[in-house]
Design a binder for this molecule. Structure first.
Ligand SMILES: Cc1cc2nc3c(=O)[nH]c(=O)nc-3n(C[C@H](O)[C@H](O)[C@H](O)COP(=O)(O)O)c2cc1C
Length: 356
């Protein structure tokens, strides 16, 4: 039912790594009548233009009970009838899926949250971190960091509208503190979100001003974790099981969220989960498996979205077809393949070349 056919690939071979199992109880989120329990402490981040249902189905293959997210969905657009599929299609998926909403209008957010809850969302996440100018200028995404009163009103209004938990994903602040104490600034901001009714906070360890530059400030996340009673999920620059373990040790966070590291690597969430659980880490797929995954995702995207699916698939292909002999030439050719058939032929040729 996930829209992605069976790969025909043997289950990932196990690598026994030197991991310490971290015995952790499931996270309990009380909700507002519908509590949720989360065993897996690694979350797949919402990724606009990437974390569609086809991508989620691939991540799910390695991570059966991880919390995955939709791409961010604008509440006003939903009201106008746009983007409903992004919310409604999750009712066909297995495992916990959070719906991430963004907007500056509390009433629209509440209505969108009710729609997402009816579709079967595991929880509602409110985006207060998106740095895109067009969104922030209107007061949505990271724009809410500059209007904490409105941010609190949105959290409270959404939390009152649904029975499932409401969470927030945000950044350390709008810009660095004048005295350089970003942690103190972030603690104040995040305490306001907690008081407003957020039941879990995901914190990207950068300010809005930083965008994606520099390194994520895990020390500031640690300070926020110590200051809050609700679970805090650390986000930013976690690209491997080793990073996740280091980040958890440094921040004391209740879990980690991974974003860019999963682009072209849908196995990463499952690998980190295994590491945190002290289980053998599934092997990273080899070249032939990557090519099979690429072909599967390409077919599914074109089946779902027609010619536009081919354009969307290009970025996924460029991430997945990586790390083996001939990959740069293959990516170059794939970016120019004008049809599904030609792109599939290139992938098949590459697979045949591997076997020679
Ligand atoms: C292509 C792309 C799309 C993103 N879309 C969203 C989004 O829809 N919602 C959101 O909260 N964050 C979004 N982010 C931010 C990531 O979720 C994450 O917070 C950020 O990339 C830092 O984590 P990382 O270092 O693991 O990538 C996006 C990031 C990228 C690169």
């Amino acid at each position: 039912m996930d829209g992605v056919g069976t790969l025909g690939i043997a289950p990932p071979a196990a690598n026994q790594g030197p991991w310490q199992g971290l015995a952790m109880d499931p996270l309990q989120l009380p909700g507002n009548g519908t509590p949720r329990s989360l065993r897996c402490r690694v979350l797949q981040s919402p990724l606009a233009g990437v974390s569609d249902r086809i991508f989620r189905a691939l991540v799910r293959r390695w991570a059966t009970d991880a919390l995955l997210f939709t791409e961010m969905v604008n509440a006003t657009s939903l009201e106008l009838g746009h983007g409903r599929q992004k919310v409604e299609e999750l009712s066909r998926e297995a495992g916990p899926i959070g719906v991430q909403l963004f907007d500056h209008r509390p009433a629209a957010m509440a209505e969108a949250a009710r729609r997402a809850e009816a579709a079967g969302a595991f929880l509602i996440d409110i985006n207060m971190g998106c740095p895109v100018k067009k969104i922030a200028r209107k007061g949505g995404g990271s724009g809410l960091i500059r209007d904490p009163e409105l941010a609190a009103r949105i959290v409270a209004t959404v939390a009152a509208a649904v029975r499932i938990p409401v969470t927030v994903k945000t950044r350390l602040g709008w810009c660095g503190a004048p005295d350089g104490d970003s942690a103190a600034l972030a603690m104040g901001w995040c305490r306001q979100l907690e008081s407003a009714g957020a039941q879990l906070l995901t914190l990207h360890g950068r300010t809005r001003e930083q965008g994606f530059k520099g390194s994520a400030n895990w020390a500031a996340i640690a300070a926020v974790k110590r200051a809050l009673a609700i679970p805090v999920i650390a986000n930013g620059d976690i690209n491997s099981p080793e990073d996740a373990l280091r980040c958890l040790a440094l921040t004391g966070a209740d879990g980690v969220m991974v974003g860019r590291g999963t682009m072209g690597a849908p196995w990463l969430v499952g690998q980190i989960d295994a590491a945190l659980s002290g289980l053998p880490i599934p092997a990273t797929p080899g070249a032939a498996e990557k090519l099979a995954l690429a072909a599967e995702q390409l077919r599914a995207l074109v089946a779902a979205k027609g010619d536009h699916g081919l354009l969307i698939a290009r970025k996924h292909l460029s991430w997945t077809c990586n790390g083996f002999a001939g990959a740069p030439q293959l990516r170059h050719a794939l970016m120019r393949a004008p049809t599904l058939a030609e792109a599939l032929a290139l992938l098949a040729e590459a697979e045949a070349a591997l076997a020679r």
